[in-house]
Write a protein that binds this ligand. Structure first.
Ligand code: ADP
Ligand code: MG
Length: 411
């Protein structure tokens, strides 16, 4: 079935056509009718499969059909997301789908001044996309009224219901009318969170696409065993050998993000960082420069692991393995979106092997191993333009590696 044949407003079809959306994706095919019927939905589908439009299309359609004038009768739909970048991105999708309608969407998030957000809210909006902290502040100050909300959406639902956010979400729900539609969307969910989600709604229907494999099929993902101190040389090699490609590098901490940035700078490789310690304006600039392709390498912490839809990310490199196994799925899911293919490689040091085990348990299957030969290893170290801290130590490592390999070969 094509979007043309859907019982949705012609104004929305026009926008979908302009965006190049002809046919619904699997999750859209399954979720749109259920959402249009007014059901509560828990939808789990892999990264990059179009979950945003799966909830945005039916919500905009409903509001468009209800609206008689361009005046807002108060906020009708609230979408909760974990990060500022995601709030902006999701709001953009709503805006683009509702371009030819009178439905108005706006996003609010912390880290910037409240004033302009309050002014915009006072003009009247229909759909509010927000991170929990700022939303809660504005609600308690009386700038946001939620008594007309009839649809609540939690994107990245498992994360929104997890420890860091659950209290804010519960507080928020207390402000909402009891009769409402609630939609949960994510690429991952576990049993505990699923129960919690069901406890917040009446009769949620569950829609799950390819539950057996949480990593999207367009992603070719593998792991390479690399000593912690050598990771930067392997990163350099991947970047230089893929000079035209967009590469997203995930690291464990903000400090490590800056450290990798400095190492790349020494190697004269242009990159940018994005993490929780950066000013909001710098975070946005980094994201936009990377989106546009002006900078080919973006170094990020897990704040950017979820939901972010950047076109044409060719490579995801897990410079460090993620500590939460589900974040593996989200991080590698920044590539291979929509119809595109993507490559993801994780650098795993000896110390990180237990974390790798957890990830593989979570995926319920082993991750393919990139076989690095001693020659690869030696070549990579030779290849670098960075001054190794201790060339002697590195060479000893190569020798050890070789002798280990020989021993193995003999067995
Ligand atoms: P998810 O939330 O499932 O990770 P997104 O909603 O961010 O995925 O969508 C991923 C990409 O797929 C976006 O760039 C979006 O524009 C594109 N997309 C979504 N639905 C369709 C469709 N029906 N046809 C073509 N492209 C689509
Ligand atoms: Mg998403």
């Amino acid at each position: 079935m094509k979007f043309e044949d859907y019982p949705i407003a012609a104004e929305i079809k026009r926008s979908l056509e302009a965006a190049g959306f002809k046919k619904p994706t699997d999750i859209q095919f399954k979720a749109i009718p259920a959402v249009m019927k007014g059901e509560d939905v828990l939808a789990i589908a892999q990264t990059g499969t179009g979950k945003t439009a799966a909830f945005a299309i039916p919500v905009v359609d409903k509001l468009h059909k209800q609206k008689t004038s361009s005046r807002s009768e108060g906020i009708k739909c609230v979408v909760m997301v974990p990060t500022r970048e995601l709030a902006i991105q999701i709001a953009d999708v709503f805006v683009s789908i509702s371009r030819h309608t009178k439905v108005k969407t706006f996003s609010v998030f912390g880290g910037v001044e409240q004033g302009p957000q309050i002014a915009k809210l006072e003009k009247g909006i229909d759909i509010l996309v927000s991170t929990p902290g700022r939303m809660f502040d504005l609600v308690s100050q009386g700038h946001i009224k939620l008594d007309r909300v009839d649809t609540l959406i939690l994107d990245e639902a498992d994360h929104m219901l997890d420890l860091g956010f659950i209290k804010d979400i519960q507080d928020l729900i207390r402000h909402l009318p009891k009769r409402r539609q609630t939609l949960f969307f994510s690429a991952t969910i576990d049993e505990k969170i699923k129960k919690l989600a069901y406890s917040l709604v009446r009769n949620a229907i569950r829609i799950q696409i390819s539950p057996k494999n949480p990593v999207a099929k367009n992603i070719d993902h593998s792991v390479a065993f690399v000593a912690m101190d050598d990771k930067r040389f392997f990163l350099e090699r991947v970047i230089r050998q893929n000079a035209e490609k967009k590469i997203l590098v995930f690291v464990r901490t903000k400090v490590r993000a800056e450290r990798v940035y400095n190492a790349l700078e020494r190697m004269e490789i242009k990159s940018l960082t994005i993490h929780g310690d950066k000013e909001q304006a710098d975070r946005l600039t980094a994201m936009n420069e990377f989106k546009k392709g002006n900078v080919k390498v973006l170094i990020a912490t897990d704040v950017s692991a979820r939901g972010i839809d950047i076109p044409n990310v060719d490579y995801v490199i897990n410079y460090d393995l993620p500590e939460q196994p589900e974040n593996y799925v989200h991080r590698v899911g920044r590539t291979g979106r929509g119809m595109q293919k993507g490559i993801a490689v994780s650098f795993c040091s000896e110390e990180e092997k237990p974390v790798l085990d957890q990830i593989q348990q979570y995926l319920d299957k082993p991750i393919a191993v990139v076989k690095l030969t001693a020659e690869d290893y030696a070549e990579t170290l030779e290849f670098t333009t960075d001054a190794p801290d201790d060339l002697g130590a590195l060479m000893r490592e190569v020798e050890e590696f070789e002798s280990r390999k020989k021993k193995k070969g003999k067995k």
